[in-house]
Write a protein of this length. Structure first.
Length: 175
């Protein structure tokens, strides 16, 4: 359930205007922060589009929709880790039975997780936020995954263009 992220190797980051000659190195913590920040911003946009166009998806305020986006990111990250751990467990066991059990276990986690998300939102926001029903939450999660994937695909493409002779992107500038 995770989307592609920035490369895990240390890479030069755009320099600030005050220190334009010395490139800095992007740390793993910075990459993780940017990854989460981008995913949460994408979730805010997608969630608010659903609020706008699906009458069963409701947030009483923009602030609540932002907090819901953060909660969704946290829940989806936990569910993704659980799914990967269960999958890896059955993959290590090998054999046809383990393959079938792996598929069934992952499917069960992904199916049940939608109800967990709906219930968590209901508990945290006590009716001030409603994500609709099962179909709306499935559509919302698919839309989140597609939107995150598109954003990270653009990010990677910009990085390839910058490293292959194109102009590097700098904050506050056109190039």
């Amino acid at each position: 359930m995770s989307s592609p992220r920035p490369s895990s190797s240390a890479s030069p980051a755009p320099s600030s205007a005050a220190d334009s000659t010395a490139p800095s190195v992007v740390t793993a913590a910075q990459r993780h922060f940017v990854s989460w920040a981008v995913d949460i911003l994408v979730a805010i946009v997608v969630l608010n589009l659903f609020i706008e166009y699906f009458p069963d998806v409701i947030a009483e305020s923009f602030l609540l929709s932002m907090l819901t986006a953060v909660l969704l990111k946290v829940l989806l990250a936990v569910i993704g880790r659980l799914e990967h751990r269960v999958s890896a467990y059955f993959k290590r066991r090998g054999g046809a039975a383990a393959k079938v059990l792996r598929v069934l276990a992952v499917w069960a986690i992904l199916f049940v997780s939608k109800f967990v998300i709906l219930e968590a939102v209901a508990l945290v926001f006590r009716g001030s936020v409603q994500l609709g029903g099962f179909l709306e939450i499935v559509a919302l999660i698919i839309a989140l995954m597609v939107a995150e994937g598109l954003v990270w695909a653009v990010y990677r493409r910009i990085g390839r263009r910058a490293t292959s002779g194109g102009a590097a992107l700098h904050p506050g500038g056109d190039t």
